[in-house]
Design a protein around this ligand. Structure first.
Ligand SMILES: Nc1ncnc2c1ncn2[C@@H]1O[C@H](COP(=O)(O)OP(=O)(O)OP(=O)(O)O)[C@@H](O)[C@H]1O
Ligand SMILES: N[C@@H](CCO)C(=O)O
Length: 323
């Protein structure tokens, strides 16, 4: 359950009074999510008709110094007609506050649910929404380096320690070392870049039918290659949860949706096979690290690194996939 911080009723009421959203009516902890603590907040609203918000308390994984980028980007994309929640600024105009040493933000509530078995129509809509984010980020002034690019993957893998990967699966160490070296050596330079989401998994997309109603969780967003973001989204959407079954129809729909809004250049197309191996490596590395470092008895469910080792192998064995 992802509510790591305890906030009493009085704390919450005092906190909500710092925003012009009406008085607190209810607050319920949200079980989904692993990084931060989230509550669904109901208030009287400015007009007394009721209003809903998400309250996020940022835990260790989110650097407070990155919040101006993340929250500024959400506001920017929301202003540019992307389905992204805006942040509610407090009465002093601040996008985030601190309480007991932790940063927190009040965020617009968006309707919709996260799908677990996407349809082609939904994959197409997600591709189009991603392309809109890439275009709308064009005049966002702030930059943030991708801390989970190739150098960050190597750090995570090194952090798994001698024999760590083999403890997860006997063949994992060899696969990762060989792939990491190849991906690093061939990583493309000079492709179009800008603001990317970098973690657009189904659980970070809210949908109603085929409509994308919310893109959330911008806490890995950064400045990097657009085509890498396409590859991340491809790896996240086009396989079953175990990474065993690739769905070619979802893949075609996702890419067609993206290209209907922002066509990929020939160089971006050519780079996709390698970028997809990189995307699989990114989640394999963070999941393997977490797998080995999450204490027994922790409240969060560890995510299976092998689901991305299988994707990595699939991308490696099918370089013609994006042709
Ligand atoms: N703006 C929003 N509108 C509606 N629901 C939201 C919104 N933001 C978050 N949620 C709900 O809260 C849940 C947890 O949010 P989120 O995924 O951002 O948590 P997290 O712990 O930061 O993420 P992660 O698990 O990816 O690290 C989501 O699955 C969604 O149900
Ligand atoms: N979306 C990621 C978690 C955030 O990095 C995963 O499924 O591993």
């Amino acid at each position: 359950m992802a509510v790591y911080t305890h906030l009493g009723a009085e704390d919450l009421a005092r906190l909500i009074a710092e925003f012009d959203v009406g008085s607190l009516r209810s607050a319920k902890g949200i079980a989904e999510g692993v990084s931060n603590s989230n509550w669904l907040i109901e208030t009287a609203g400015r007009d007394g008709q009721g209003a809903r918000f998400i309250l996020t308390v940022y835990e260790e994984r989110t650097e407070v110094s990155d919040l101006p980028f993340f929250l500024g980007l959400m506001d920017h994309l929301s202003d540019h007609a992307c389905p992204v929640p805006a942040t509610i600024h407090d009465r002093q105009g601040q996008a985030f506050r601190t309480l007991d040493g932790k940063a927190l933000a009040l965020i617009e509530f968006l309707p919709g649910v996260s799908v677990s078995q996407p349809t082609q129509g939904q994959a197409r809509a997600v591709g189009a929404a991603l392309a809109r984010v890439h275009l709308a980020g064009g005049d966002f002034a702030m930059r943030r380096a991708n801390t989970l690019g190739p150098a960050g993957w190597r750090e995570l893998i090194d952090g798994c320690g001698a024999g760590g990967l083999e403890g997860i699966d006997p063949a994992l160490g060899d696969l990762v070392r060989r792939e990491l070296a190849e991906i690093e050596a061939q990583w493309p330079a000079g492709l179009p870049s800008g603001v990317i989401h970098a973690d657009l998994f189904p659980d970070n997309v809210l949908m109603l039918g085929d409509e994308v109603t919310g893109l959330i969780d911008f806490y890995f967003a950064c400045t990097d290659l657009f085509a890498y973001d396409v590859a991340v989204t491809h790896a996240a959407w086009c396989f079953d949860a175990t990474g065993t079954r690739f769905d070619a129809a979802l893949s075609a729909a996702l890419l067609a949706g993206y290209e209907a809004v922002r066509p990929l250049s020939p160089a971006e197309h050519a780079a996709l096979p390698l970028l997809a191996r990189g995307a699989a490596m990114r989640f394999l590395a963070s999941r393997a690290y977490d797998w080995l470092h999450t204490p027994d008895g922790a409240l969060v469910t560890r995510k299976d690194p092998m689901a991305f080792a299988r994707r990595l192998q699939f991308y490696r064995e099918n370089p013609g996939l994006f042709a």
